[in-house]
Design a binder for this molecule. Structure first.
Ligand code: COA
Length: 150
């Protein structure tokens, strides 16, 4: 809840217009079912630093990730967690594609995704109103045969 309502995280991720109150937050977690897999991202000592979710539909997953603990960003954890999730999607769930949406101004996230092999597939122009202006959303995806385990 703390991360989901953090103003900077709300700015960088697709969120409902209003912050979540306790009952809305509980509703969100109740929605987690067989179509949505929700992972915590933890350090080796068990400290929780973020979350990654996969919405599954017809051999496609839509991925979302947040390193909520800001002190733990830029240390490779976001890239590593996404890599583990891709391996799980392609080699355990045998999905065909993993996609995501990212704001065009979120250059760091786009860099991470491209480094892992995601391709820009298209842009939804001025798709969302934020902070006084309309933002483009980049649609990115990676197919199973483009994913190589190393
Ligand atoms: C985006 C996010 C998941 C990335 O995770 P992270 O652990 O911080 O990132 P990593 O340390 O794995 O990788 C950062 C990479 O971006 C690069 N980078 C850092 N700032 C950058 C910037 N402003 N522009 C472009 N690249 C940048 C780093 O150099 C590094 O690349 P490298 O490994 O090639 O050197 C994380 O920062 C986050 O949760 N941000 C807030 C929420 C968010 O934006 N979620 C994604 C929504 S689609």
């Amino acid at each position: 809840m703390e991360w989901m309502n953090d103003p900077e995280i709300r700015h960088l991720t697709l969120r409902e217009e209003l912050p979540l109150n306790r009952s809305k937050g509980e509703e969100f977690f109740e929605k987690i079912n067989k179509d949505m897999i929700f992972f915590g991202i933890c350090l080796n000592d068990g400290k929780s630093i973020g979350a990654l979710n996969l919405m599954l539909q017809l051999k496609n997953a839509t991925l979302g990730i947040t390193i909520g603990d800001k002190a733990q960003r830029n240390k490779g954890y976001g890239t590593e967690a996404t890599k583990i999730a891709l391996d799980y999607c392609f080699n355990t769930l045998n999905l065909h594609r993993v996609g995501l949406w990212v704001f065009e101004f979120n250059e760091k996230a786009i860099h991470c995704y491209e480094k892992l092999g995601f391709k820009k597939e298209g842009i939804s122009r001025e798709a969302v109103y934020k902070n006084g202006g309309y933002c483009n959303i980049v649609n990115m995806g990676i197919l199973k045969d483009e994913w190589h385990r190393d």
